[in-house]
Design a protein around this ligand. Sequence first.
Ligand SMILES: Cc1cc2nc3c(=O)[nH]c(=O)nc-3n(C[C@H](O)[C@H](O)[C@H](O)COP(=O)(O)O)c2cc1C
Length: 349
Amino acid sequence: MTLYDLLKLFAFRLDAETAHGLGHRLLEAIQGTPLERVVADHYTVVDSRLRVETLGQSFPNPIGVAAGFDKNATAPSALAALGFGHVEVGGVTAEPQAGNPRPRLFRLPEDGALINRLGFNNDGADVIGERLERTDCPVPVGVNIGKSKSTPNEDAEEDYLYTFERVGSGEYFAVNVSSPNTPGLRALQERDRLASILRTLSEAGADPLLVKLSPDLTEAAVEDALGVVDDLDLAGVIATNTTTDRPPWLRGTHADEAGGLSGEPIEDESTGRIRFIAERTEKPIVGVGGVSDAAGAYEKIRSGASLVQLYTGLVYEGPSIARDINRGLLERLERDGFDSIEQAIGVDV
Ligand SMILES: Cc1cc2nc3c(=O)[nH]c(=O)nc-3n(C[C@H](O)[C@H](O)[C@H](O)COP(=O)(O)O)c2cc1C
């Protein structure tokens, strides 16, 4: 039993969002203190074979924190100290938002899953933009941009643009049109709407710009989105967000809660999507969905992901997850005769 297993006995008795808040406050408390260095020494795997050059950046390892964990960009460098190679902060919206009424985050421990319907609760682009300008983080920080709930879909361009203009100090920008928790948002994945939003941001200088897709899109809709990425010569794709599907075999008592399902139940679907996308584009893919160990991360990389992100795995496996995955990746590289992780990207495609 690890220390985190013990901690979980306590934390999992709390409401999931309360527990997340406590964990996050702990990260904020160590950030910028001498303890951060101690934590970094404990969790960071330094090995040049893990380095990935993509999106115009140098990532010290392929494992990043997915959007939603550090919504307000208050702990990126503490997360880097846990050994992550990048942190995607946000979703940030133009307006500060309270999100949906609580409870709105649920654990399904039997399934290694979460269901959330947070609804883009965040401090808003003005505050987060200023925070990012003061942020000093040793790994790349991407910014996930969502649409304010009060902005109708027809005005989405201005809303995304407002946010981008304030969070421009990020190292990449992810347009989130795939959250199931803002009514109507996913309709913006339709080809013309998507093209219009992405063109607006691209012309405003958002670079590198990626689009984050829902696992619930049809294959034809994914191909449409890839067409837009190619037409506008965008940087890449993030696959995938959470799903509104509920596999019938879920065992968690909260399986019927409304919202987006993440974690182990979406792992294979997400990896399949990555492979589908990799078969159709040379653009870098950021793979996300259900990763909780080195085997899962390696499978996503071999299926075409240049970088891998996780959120739910961090909740269940705890603060050592990035270190454990990075160590496991090195073992797999040696086993399979690769000199670097970059050589393994897409070998199964
Ligand atoms: C509580 C929670 C909040 C999230 N918030 C966002 C968000 O604001 N923007 C976004 O693009 N994805 C968000 N996500 C989706 C994750 O970034 C990720 O795509 C998804 O959870 C699948 O990865 P996982 O199985 O490793 O959790 C959120 C996920 C969770 C669990």
